[in-house]
Ligand binder design. Sequence first.
Ligand code: ZN
Length: 86
Amino acid sequence: MQEVPYFCPNCRSNRIKFSTITSYSQSFLKDALSGIVKEFLEPEPIVETEPTIQCLVCSFASNEMRFIKQAEREPRVETPTTAVYR
Ligand SMILES: [Zn+2]
């Protein structure tokens, strides 16, 4: 994940609360006749080029770049209490 601001492109009210969604692949063996699962193998995370991010306000999930691009389009406006004056 990149250390840059996110902004949810769906609800456009959340810059703070997110989760990252990881997909796993878990192989298993079935009995060809009964259909019973005989063995589960170790789950392995699916390597993705970009993490999937979910907004915890509206549950919208998408690739990280959409959240980053939205934050770039609509940067957080600094208020007098957060602005640094030089
Ligand atoms: Zn949202």
